[in-house]
Design a protein around this ligand. Structure first.
Ligand code: GDG
Length: 753
């Protein structure tokens, strides 16, 4: 089999048109006395994507903002102009849908959960319905806009159902998704109401990209815990379709800032004025949307602490806090604003002097020209997010410091911390230590300051938004090509006569068979699955043929296999998925590794026993090398849910060891990684070389290790439904028995003739 050529449909030409889809366009409508006017949108997504699209071209689809009832004519004219001149296409949402979608599910349910603030979560099912409806309206708009070969790039948490909705309408489309905000841990994510739908919505994409590896891992953990879906570090299979997973930290367009610094008059004049005004004082700068995740309150408290604990800083320092209003229709944000206002008053009122206002608070958006001047001016930029997908302010600041004269103080809970290790990192929840770090930043010696800042500066310039965009689109193209390969390599149905003929032509054959689920159906208790005589007869017939090497590889213990198959002459046996092997010509078992430590069982057993206590009908089976939790007799949904929980718990616990927790058919098994069927194969091949027919059959994950190692011309057969690397499938164990019977008969027929 092997990889087939990429199917034509799946190849996306390099010149394909890009369609960006996000909640907001980079343009915003503003109502004035003369009708609707256009303004640039604020926020990280617009800052990043706008220069990218301006450079490389592409269409952008997004919500036009609340419509209201008046002046529709003038509104329409502006929107038509956006489409014609800028190729920005506005999606109209009915006002009640927009409210439930944006202020409801997106910003009061998803946003707090994804930023580790489950206590702020508010959920009403009407808002969820609005979220579904808004995503549906978006999918309609995109589908109408779409032409074959377009690349669709969906952005952020507002549109998490969109990939799947688009997949249903445009099955062949290339769909990528980028999440700008964090993905929460598997402890927090399950709190999300409608979590299954959200994950399934995302899985409609060909590529899912996150800001950091950490978020990507947390997404995988959520898939396992919530949907019971296993994934690889770079891929998850959704039926027969692969979804690629990537960590792609977003960057900025440095020239947008450096050009203003180099040649903008307003910037230069404003900067000169500030230099004069703040002469003799150190400037601390903070720039945030006024969102509780950005840690504005915590920063102000830490600042007050700093001023109180270090009186020598009096009149020597000033904090400029830009706090851009955001989501003002939501109560939490209004409460935050009130509290910040109060604290600002308190700091200046209690700690200021007639000559000195310690805190300059600006509660509006300022011009980019001014922002850049402030970045240049600031001795320290203070990013104190309690949680943040990336944080572009950190990157913008270091971009504006080509000479290396400034210090970045950065929260370890911002995604940016993963790639900006030269910053002084803080835990913004710890106000005292944060204050101490700010003090250290103010006193940092020049050499260290320059070294840290220049390294950061160069890295941010290199990992810019254009590079990020290129990587995303290249990865999306590859993901689509991979989808083609994946589909082309999906297993075919096994045709019994065809494989029988190949068997008959062979003269040195290897047959590797799994047992439970492959030769016999699953039984409620493992000891009930004894082989019926017909299986023993077939195995005896096959194993006694001198041209055959027949190996039974099972998860069962050596003692169990001996009891059931000891009488079948010429049969190789591998127990516990290959931890031990018994050759056909000797009567002793040989372990695959000598000196296997078993103390781990003392730690893992109590955990499994705890799960047995919680799950009526489940039990633990102890094998020589493994421990298995069986839950076939448990209530199905509860059993699956607990199995997900158990595996995610064990995965974290066993990460540094050679043990792994595997999910099988209604079991969770803890065993060493080396105990796998692929390893046993190597042993068999030492004895049995020059093979001209290889046949391997199995139904579960442990068989996949084997299929992966076998030669590409091997007949690998998966029993039952589900994703597999095997080349062929058969519906159930009975079909497989028929095939083995055909093999056995063709052998005896030749002997007779
Ligand atoms: C989301 C994620 C992720 C701010 N004030 C003014 C102003 N800004 C600009 C900044 C920066 C942007 O807004 C803010 O970007 P952030 O990245 O800091 O934060 P979010 O808006 O929350 O963005 C975030 C980002 O998406 C990108 O993926 O990094 O984690 O939450 O560009 O400069 N711009 C102007 N005046 C202001 O007063 N002109």
């Amino acid at each position: 089999m092997g990889l087939q050529p990429v199917s034509k449909l799946a190849i996306v030409p390099a010149s394909a048109r890009l369609i960006v889809v996000s909640n907001r366009l980079p343009l915003t409508l503003r109502k004035t006395d003369d009708g609707w006017k256009t303004e640039p949108s604020s926020g990280g997504l617009a800052s990043a994507m706008n220069p990218l699209l301006r450079k490389d071209g592409g269409d952008w689809i997004g919500w036009a903002g609340v419509a209201g009832e008046q002046d529709q004519e003038s509104r329409r004219t502006v929107l038509e102009e956006w489409a014609e001149k800028d190729r920005r296409f506005a999606v109209e949402l009915p006002d009640d849908v927009a409210k439930g979608f944006y202020e409801g599910y997106a910003n009061q349910t998803l946003w707090p959960v994804f930023h580790n603030f489950p206590s702020q979560l508010k959920f009403v099912s009407k808002a969820w319905e609005a979220y579904v409806e808004a995503n549906r309206i978006f999918s309609q708009a995109v589908a109408e806009h779409y032409k074959q070969n377009d690349l669709i790039w969906v952005h952020d948490y507002h549109l998490m159902l969109l990939p799947q909705m688009l997949r249903e309408q445009l099955p062949d489309a290339a769909i990528g998704f980028f999440l700008h905000i964090p993905f929460p841990s598997s402890e927090i994510f399950p709190v999300l109401p409608r979590r299954e739908e959200v994950l399934e919505g995302l899985l409609g994409a060909d590529l899912l990209a996150f800001q950091t590896h950490g978020y990507l891992q947390q997404f995988r953990a959520a898939l396992l815990r919530v949907l019971g879906m296993e994934s690889k570090i770079e891929q998850v299979a959704v039926g027969s379709r692969p979804v690629r997973l990537e960590a792609l930290p977003i960057g900025i367009a440095p020239e947008e800032y450096t050009n203003l610094l180099k040649s903008d008059r307003t910037t230069a004049e404003q900067y000169a004025e500030w230099v004069a005004r703040y002469k003799g004082r150190k400037v601390l700068l903070a720039v945030d949307r006024l969102d509780y995740t950005k840690g504005v309150l915590e920063r102000l408290r830490a600042y007050a602490h700093l001023l109180r604990s270090s009186p020598e800083l009096k009149e020597k320092v000033v904090l400029i806090q830009i706090a851009v209003p955001t989501r003002e229709g939501i109560d939490t944000y209004q409460e935050l604003r009130t509290e910040v206002n109060r604290l600002v008053g308190e700091i200046n009122g209690k700690l200021g002097t007639p000559e000195w206002t310690p805190l300059v608070y600006i509660n509006r958006s300022i011009d980019r020209t001014e922002l850049v001047g402030l970045y240049k001016l600031a001795d320290v930029c203070w990013v104190g997010s309690l949680r943040d997908g990336m944080n572009l302010v950190a990157k913008e600041y270091v971009t504006c410091k080509p000479e290396g004269d400034g210090v970045l103080v950065l929260s370890e809970f911002a995604g940016a911390a993963a790639e900006m290790g030269e910053a002084l990192l803080i835990n913004p929840f710890d106000e005292e230590r944060t204050a101490a770090t700010i003090e250290r930043a103010l006193a940092l010696d020049e050499q260290e300051r320059r070294l840290r800042m220049t390294t950061l500066h160069n890295r941010v310039l290199r990992n810019n938004v254009f590079r990020w965009g290129e990587r995303f689109l290249a990865s999306l193209r590859e993901a689509v090509a991979e989808r083609g390969r994946f589909i082309d390599t999906q297993p075919q149905r096994l045709r019994p006569t065809e494989v029988r003929d190949a068997y008959a032509r062979g003269s040195r054959r290897l047959l590797i068979l799994d047992y439970d689920g492959t030769l016999v159906p699953f039984a409620k208790r493992p000891q009930q699955a004894a082989p019926p005589p017909v299986i023993l007869d077939t195995l005896s017939a096959l194993a006694s043929d001198p041209q055959n090497c027949v190996a039974l590889m099972s998860g069962r213990s050596a003692e169990n296999l001996d009891r059931w198959f000891g009488s079948v002459r010429g049969l190789w046996l591998a127990a516990e998925h290959g931890a031990e092997l018994k050759a056909s010509f000797i009567s002793t078992w040989e372990p695959l590794r000598s000196q296997v430590p078993a103390e781990w069982k003392n730690t893992v057993m109590p955990i499994l026993e705890h799960f047995v206590d919680r799950t009526p009908g489940s039990f633990v089976e102890e094998k020589k090398y493994a421990l298995v939790w069986h839950y076939r007799m448990a209530e199905p949904e509860f059993g699956e849910w607990l199995a997900n929980e158990l595996v995610s718990m064990l995965e974290a616990m066993l990460a540094e060891t050679e043990l792994r927790a595997f999910r099988g058919e209604k079991i969770v098994e803890v065993k060493p990684v080396w105990a796998n069927k692929g390893e046993v194969l190597n042993r068999l091949l030492v004895t049995w070389a020059d093979l001209d027919f290889i046949f391997a059959a199995g139904d579960d994950r442990t068989d996949e290790d084997l299929f992966e190692r076998l030669r590409s011309d091997a007949w690998t057969v998966h029993i039952g439904p589900g994703p597999t690397r095997a080349s062929y499938v058969v519906a159930d164990f009975e079909r497989l028995r028929q095939v083995l019977k055909l093999f056995a008969e063709s052998g005896s027929a030749r002997k007779v003739s």
